[in-house]
Write a protein that binds this ligand. Structure first.
Ligand code: FES
Ligand SMILES: [Fe+2]
Length: 350
């Protein structure tokens, strides 16, 4: 079960070319395409004629044409035309609210009447020349909730990401979890340490000596249903950490949007927004490559964990203090699902 009356990232804008894109989201088979003036539309990926996948069709004059026998649907899911047929009585298919904003295409898989584009999260780095962003997409065979757990407990960096962002001080530093409004925040600070290789590179890019000792921070911020934005950075030791003078620190946001595909798979939109050298596109590429390799390490662990959870179904798991952020995030998701199920259905209201 997933929260449905909420916005998820469906895809990145470049994934929808002149061809439609088929994607399963929250268990729903959906087709996304660009209609008139390039505006994105989302429909059930189901042709009302014989049930072919509309995502295998093509876009014609801003409408979607089924690739099997040529039925044309508009962006609201209404049949427009079909060779040698009258289509007036054809059943409509479902359309979904969809918005292109902040470098992503957002979809509302639940009750369309409740969709309010004003509730799409604001992303501070988008359209801001002080920031640069690079990212990618992984299709991962595990529940999106396991990825939320992973990102809300970065202890694993010391083990999974040795040689890049991992360092021993991570699991020797206490972790705290608290709420900020509707956000779950898990934070960790490491004081007076040597920066790991990734941050040494970032320090050099910022014009700082990469051998001086630093204070390092990680603040993982979960917002339902599938967003974890992580404030990360280092500052010269003793200068105030995350609040240090901008000339003495280097920082970024690790960007993670998880969209469920099924109960045991999800779409993972990852990236990094950085607040240093925003015009350096070669640096953007090299960070993207490095981050892609790091998240590939997570992918291997998480897919095996999902497999194990199924193989050892029913086994009791431990919840330690390092798991507090993930536990709270999961509780919020559970509450959302329960609240949606308690809502009267349209039939009951009528
Ligand atoms: S199945 Fe789509 S037109 Fe026949
Ligand atoms: Fe990781």
């Amino acid at each position: 079960m997933f929260p449905m009356n909420t916005w998820y990232v469906a895809c990145t804008p470049d994934e929808i070319t002149d061809k439609p894109l088929g994607r399963k989201i929250c268990g729903l088979q959906i087709v996304l395409y660009r209609g008139r003036e390039g505006k994105v539309a989302a429909l059930e990926d189901f042709c009302p004629h014989r049930g072919a996948a509309l995502s295998l069709g093509s876009v014609v004059d801003g409408n979607l044409m089924c690739g099997y026998h040529g039925l044309v649907m508009d962006c609201h899911g209404k049949a427009v035309s079909m060779p040698m047929q009258r289509v007036n009585g054809f059943p409509c298919i479902r359309s979904y609210p969809v918005e292109e904003r902040h470098g992503y295409v957002w979809i509302w898989p639940g009750d369309a009447a409740k969709a309010d584009p004003a509730t799409i999260p604001d992303l501070p780095w988008s359209n801001n020349p002080e920031w640069a962003f690079g990212g990618g997409l992984y299709h991962i065979q595990c529940s999106y909730r396991l990825m939320v757990d992973n990102l809300m407990d970065l202890t694993h960096e010391a083990y999974v990401h040795v040689g890049s962002i991992g360092q021993n001080e991570i699991d020797q530093s206490p972790v705290k979890t608290h709420m900020e409004g509707n956000q779950v925040v898990t934070s960790r600070e490491m004081h007076d340490i040597v920066a790991p290789p990734f941050w040494q590179m970032a320090m050099r890019a910022q014009g700082l000596d990469d051998q001086v000792r630093v204070d390092r921070w990680q603040y993982s911020r979960f917002t339902a249903p599938g967003s974890v934005l992580i404030d990360v950075g280092v500052a010269l030791a003793g200068q105030g950490g995350i609040n240090a003078d901008p000339a003495q620190r280097v920082y970024a946001i690790v960007v993670d949007f998880m969209t469920p595909e099924t109960e045991t798979s999800h779409w993972y939109f990852w990236g990094m927004a950085r607040h240093f050298k925003p015009d350096d596109s070669a640096l953007t590429d090299s960070i993207r490559q490095g981050q892609g390799a790091i998240f590939n390490q997570d992918l291997a662990v998480l897919e095996a964990q999902q497999h194990n959870r199924e193989a050892f179904e029913g086994r009791r798991l431990l919840a330690l203090n390092i798991d507090a952020g993930g536990v709270r995030a999961n509780r919020i998701l559970d509450d959302m699902v329960v609240a949606e199920r308690a809502l009267p259905t349209e039939a009951a209201v009528g």
